[in-house]
Design a protein around this ligand. Structure first.
Ligand code: AMP
Ligand code: GLY
Length: 432
């Protein structure tokens, strides 16, 4: 198949890598890709968010499938445009991507579908929002409705913090139009995990569970990032939860969207909170609650999940994109995986770019897979070009083996001010 992958991060490198490892060879392209995808596909000089340019490339080159990585082009309607010219695309249309683009919309759909989630109310008036806080108790969660690059959620421990968050969004417009509406949400107690469900708008198949590490420092300290590591599976998700997640969370959402006229095709990513034994049960009465939905593969979860899939990934994606998805399309290997993100020093704040990366060949020899997140070529050198730079995945029979393999490869790599967490998968180890 001729396949275009849209995006330029570790997720897109992992998608491209997995396609390159299919039983049959594909003709692979990335728009715009990075230094990692350049080694296994043809990078095309088209920005991922440039809907018109990606559509023009597709019209001219007629791929069998376009796989859209990031949320921005989905929200902007790239898949709608591709469908107008008859090109199958993996990813939801804009009305489906709204599950990620608007937290208010996602809550509305969940409520209509009876999906367990934190109880929330929506406000545009700061005084009314503050008056409502007392009902929720503490801690309480304040969220901007729209996309705010992961920064629009404040878990407030005190009323003063909650009021400040409300003022930031509704008075100071700190998040622009994304914060023109705020949600006040019940705090959910527990451990988070990610379930990526592949759906063709009718049926769904759950990919293996995973867990992200959102904070920058070891022990889950410091500011939130795009994700500093992941591992799969996440033991907090027990096998008995999986049918419940599919039947009570994923499929009801897919059906509710269908009822509203949206055939959702692609990944429906459920960020879930699992309440521990003895933890505070949410108002929904369920131990498994949705924290958020995303309309795409997670990053870095994808780098830990896709390496565990066997079979033909292109067929699975094409079947989902064209309404023919079957359980057999997803084959999961026994090996487990752990992914360590290497970032630029200073991230998620400001950081420098253009640092020469050394040791990539040595790292590859360890057997781990080095996915590129924010890199580019500068002459013969691979240099840093983003906050998250590399995503290093190890696999093994046990999580210990997978983690050790990933860190052995990380140890080969160096660049000025490089940073990474040393405790990836600590929650899996804490359980043993
Ligand atoms: P979101 O962008 O909705 O995923 O929120 C970002 C992060 O805020 C989540 O990954 C959680 O760690 C935290 N969070 C969001 N909503 C809640 C909630 N209702 N209860 C507890 N933590 C939450
Ligand atoms: N890893 C979190 C996300 O992809 O949104």
């Amino acid at each position: 198949m001729k396949i275009l992958v849209v995006g330029s991060g570790g997720r897109e490198h992992a998608i491209t890598w997995r396609l390159a490892n299919d039983p049959v060879k594909h003709d692979l392209f990335c728009a715009p890709g990075n230094a990692g995808t350049a080694a296994i596909a043809t990078n095309v000089d088209v920005g991922a968010e440039d809907v018109a340019a990606v559509t023009a490339w597709a019209r001219a080159n007629n791929p069998d499938l376009v796989v859209v990585g990031p949320e921005a082009p989905l929200v902007k309607g790239l898949v709608d445009e591709l469908s107008k010219i008859g090109i199958p695309a993996f990813g939801p249309v804009a009305s489906g991507a709204k599950m990620e683009g608007s937290k208010r919309f996602a809550k509305e759909v969940m409520d209509a579908a009876g999906v367990p989630t934190g109880k929330a109310e929506v406000y545009t008036d700061p005084a009314a929002a503050k008056a409502a806080l007392a009902k929720f108790g503490l801690p309480v969660v304040i969220k901007a409705d729209g996309l705010a690059a992961g920064k629009g959620v404040i878990v407030a421990e005190t009323t003063a913090q909650a009021e400040e968050a409300i003022d930031d969004m509704l008075v100071a417009n700190k998040f622009g139009s994304a914060g023109a509406e705020v949600l006040i949400e019940e705090f959910l107690d527990g451990e988070e995990c990610s379930i990526l469900a592949m759906t063709d708008g009718e049926t769904a198949v759950l990919l293996p569970s995973s867990q992200d590490h959102k904070r920058i420092f070891d022990g889950d300290k410091g500011p939130n990032t795009g994700g500093m590591g992941a591992y799969s599976p996440a033991p907090v998700v027990t096998d008995d939860m999986l049918p419940e997640i599919k039947e009570k969370i994923i499929l009801p959402v897919v059906r509710e969207l269908k009822k509203r006229g949206t055939t959702y095709r692609g990944i429906l990513y459920a960020g879930l909170m699992i309440t521990p034994e003895g933890g505070k049960i949410a108002l929904s009465g369920s131990k498994v609650n949705v924290v958020e939905f995303n309309a795409r593969f997670g990053d870095p979860e994808t780098e830990a999940v896709l390496v565990r899939l066997g079979g033909s990934f292109a067929d699975a994606l094409l079947h989902a994109a064209t309404g023919r998805l079957k359980d057999e399309d997803i084959v999961v290997k026994d090996e487990v995986a752990a992914t360590v993100i290497i970032s630029s020093g200073g991230y998620p704040g400001s950081y420098e770019k253009g640092k020469v990366i050394s040791g990539l060949d040595e790292a590859a020899k360890t057997g781990a897979i080095v996915f590129h997140c924010g890199t580019k070529m500068s002459g013969d050198d691979v240099v840093t070009s983003g906050g998250r730079v590399l995503s290093v995945t190890g696999m093994g029979a046990t999580i210990r083996e997978a983690v050790d393999k990933a860190y052995a490869a990380v140890g080969c790599i160096s660049f000025d001010k490089m940073f990474y967490r040393k405790d990836i998968a600590h929650r899996a180890f804490d359980r043993n």
